[in-house]
Ligand binder design. Structure first.
Ligand code: CA
Length: 217
């Protein structure tokens, strides 16, 4: 523990003397505007791991104040990291929000990176970059970021969702109402038929009684 503390202190001193950037201990805050800005890994395009050390950098990109209903757009322009299965050694991860636990938008390592713009659903994005101790002699990454107005399509989706729910309710009501109506008509018709039969039976019975009385007198 004692030696680790002194090793870190000496490393920080050497970094400072040689002007070699590392990862700041805290998350770095960046502001996005409509004009494009750039984020790079430490020492880009030089090797991100100048010494045998573990790196852990994080950045939060937030839309500049005064912009409402905006999202963060990012595009990875170039990247070269150590490759490992499931990117367990060196990797970059972009998340939809300002926290490490927010939904992942992309993660990568090796010589490939996500193509095309990456969009958040809100006005913040989190970028994390971490490495292991060895084979950090790679260039790292550079990504462009800017803010854009939130697509109107998202609002329409919510509206259409409500309309769809209403239409579904009306459809289900009609679906249930039609059989009930037919059932009611059938029952009504059946009752009327039975009533007609009873009335006609009563009429027949009355006529028979009158005839009998006439015969007796
Ligand atoms: Ca590595």
């Amino acid at each position: 523990m004692f030696w680790t503390y002194w090793a870190c202190l000496i490393l920080a001193f050497v970094r400072f003397c040689l002007c070699i950037p590392g990862c700041p201990p805290e998350t770095t805050s960046l502001t996005a505007y409509q004009t494009t800005k750039y984020l790079t890994s430490p020492n880009y395009p030089g090797n991100y791991g100048v010494f045998e050390e573990r790196l852990s950098c994080s950045w939060v990109i937030e839309a500049a104040s005064g912009y409402d209903d905006v999202i963060i757009q990012m595009e990875v322009l170039n990247s070269s990291l150590e490759y490992s299965l499931a990117c367990v050694r060196d990797s970059v991860e972009i998340r939809d929000g300002d926290k490490e636990f927010h939904r992942s938008l992309a993660s990568w390592c090796g010589a490939t990176w996500p193509e095309g713009p990456l969009s958040t659903s809100r006005d913040k994005a989190y970028i994390g970059f971490s490495t292991d101790f060895k084979k950090n002699n790679y260039m790292g990454f550079i990504l462009a970021y800017w803010l854009e107005k939130k697509p109107i399509q998202l609002t329409h989706d919510r509206t259409w969702g409500s309309v769809n729910y209403v239409l579904l309710g009306v459809g289900l009501t009609l679906l249930l109402a039609v059989p009930v109506c037919f059932l009611g008509l059938y029952i009504g018709h059946d009752v009327n038929q039975r009533r007609s039969v009873v009335i006609s039976e009563r009429k027949s019975g009355c006529n028979g009684h009158v005839t009998t009385r006439r015969k007796t007198s």
